[in-house]
Design a protein. Structure first.
Length: 322
């Protein structure tokens, strides 16, 4: 195993994405519409982050389960250049059809598939003890109900193995109910870096204002932890202790934004591993996401092609609460 790959271990969801668009409106039942573009991709949060790390030249290890069909083997072939530990389950591959709309919004239809059969007992033995300073990024929790049921245990065990833990839950399919908020807030005690988008930060906190929402969640995390809100074209905001950090995103033209947040996660963690501060890491994360989603088809991005993004960006802002 590559020790450098062990510095960033990604654990979570891998599946198939079929992205279509632009779709201005849903067709009537029984009708057919034509769209200009499509791409079939290796996708879902863990896979997207691993591929973004590969584009950056950041070695990483991906630990995940796949289905046992044609698409599963197709997916595994797309992960060349990433150190992987992939186990096949006797289920059809989970897949998402993503519709890109002209205003930049997206709609997703996802199948029930192999992700519902992923267990922490399957994943845990394949995650080695961490090299000093390593990150473990966990993603896709709400698509893996059996892992979700033991997620606090999973985070705690990874920290006990020496990892700094980061997670991106995504949005719960049942919405941010009181029970979901209570469940996810309990996870924060074991989280060193929280990586959610703006809607997820405000949904989890229950506060519609981003800065107070971030500060509320940061207070539930260990000392020195970082709570990050990904804010799309506006960039990203983070809170650590009494410090608030902000960094804008490059202005790019995109076909679809699927996987933008996952690409941000890889860029942010790679920047932190490279020794960059929080503000600069926000910039690297935003630049990574913007650069990747501006490319179509994305399979044309070569390993290491985006390594220049790990140079510290400018234009951020830091302030301390009174």
């Amino acid at each position: 195993m590559d020790d450098k790959a062990g510095m960033l271990t990604i654990v979570g969801d891998v599946g198939l994405d079929l992205v279509l668009g632009p779709l201005a409106s849903w067709p009537a039942p029984g009708a057919e519409v034509l769209v200009d573009r499509s791409e079939m991709r290796a996708g879902f949060s863990a896979c997207n982050a691993a591929l973004a790390a590969r584009h950056l030249g950041q070695p990483c290890r991906l630990v995940a389960d796949l289905g046992d069909d044609y698409f599963a083997h197709w997916l595994a072939d797309r992960l060349h250049g990433v150190e992987t530990d992939l186990k096949h389950l006797s289920r059809a591959t989970t897949l998402t059809v993503a519709f890109a709309h002209p205003d930049g919004e997206r709609s997703f239809i996802t199948t029930r598939g192999h992700l519902e059969s992923v267990t922490w007992d399957s994943l845990a033995p394949r995650i080695p003890k961490a090299p000093e300073g390593a990150f473990a990024l966990l993603t896709g929790i709400y698509l893996m109900p059996q892992v979700r049921a033991r997620f606090a245990e999973a985070l705690a065990s990874l920290r006990a193995r020496g990892y700094r833990t980061a997670f991106d839950t995504g949005c719960p399919t049942e919405g941010w109910t009181a029970a979901v908020r209570a469940e996810a807030r309990a996870w924060l005690a074991h989280c060193d870096i929280l990586l959610l988008n703006e809607a997820e930060i405000t949904g989890l906190s229950g506060d519609a204002d981003l800065e107070p929402a971030l500060r509320q969640l940061s207070a539930l995390m260990p000392e020195g932890a970082i709570a990050v809100a990904k804010a799309g074209w506006r960039g990203a905001v983070a809170v650590s202790g009494d410090q608030l950090y902000e960094h804008g995103a490059p202005n790019v033209s995109v076909f679809d934004t699927v996987g933008a947040g996952d690409s941000f996660n890889a860029g942010f963690l790679a920047a932190r591993l490279a020794g960059l501060g929080v503000e600069a890491a926000l910039g690297v994360g935003s630049a990574t996401a913007s650069t990747i989603i501006a490319r179509f088809p994305r399979e044309q991005i070569a390993p290491g092609e985006l390594s220049h993004l790990l140079a510290a960006p400018t234009g951020g802002a830091t302030r301390t609460s009174a």
